[in-house]
Write a protein of this length. Structure first.
Length: 151
């Protein structure tokens, strides 16, 4: 099942990506696996309506509710796209991925090899930039949620 997005949210992300591509001249490679968590039946509802119609349920990571993707499937998408990016990038390449906060959080967990049930959260503000560096076998977080920029 492919993730769904609210039209306006996806449009904002697409506009941000195109804007950065124009300013940097970098090639653009759209990746569906960078989409945000698939909210299933909750997608597009305001918070109050979602809470009323679909009460929060505690389920194991491999199970899903309300036609959402499971947390395990979400994490797997992050692991898979990170693997693809790292495999395709050369040792001197700089890669910029434009995505949503929830996916960035999952990418952090994958990048840092944290367990699926990790209780660490890596927030992202609007247009937050996270800079990671891989040097041989070493992985470093250089910047996290950097908001003071003009790209």
């Amino acid at each position: 099942m492919l993730p769904r997005q609210a039209d306006n949210e996806q449009l904002m992300l697409t506009e941000t990506t195109i804007d950065k591509r124009i300013k940097t001249g970098a090639p653009l490679f759209p990746e569906e696996d960078l989409m945000e968590f698939d909210n299933g039946l909750i997608a597009g509802l305001d918070y109050a309506a979602a809470k009323e119609r679909y009460p929060q349920k505690q389920v194991p990571a491999h199970e899903a509710v309300y036609e959402q993707e499971s947390l395990l499937a979400f994490r797997y998408r992050a692991e898979a796209i990170l693997s693809k990016i790292l495999w395709q990038a050369g040792p001197e390449d700089t890669v910029a991925a434009v995505t949503h906060g929830g996916m960035i959080n999952q990418l952090y967990r994958a990048f840092l090899a944290l367990p699926i049930d990790s209780h660490f959260f890596f927030p992202t503000g609007d247009t937050g930039i996270h800079e990671w560096l891989i040097d041989g076998g070493s992985r470093r977080v250089v910047k996290g949620n950097f908001l003071s920029h003009d790209l």
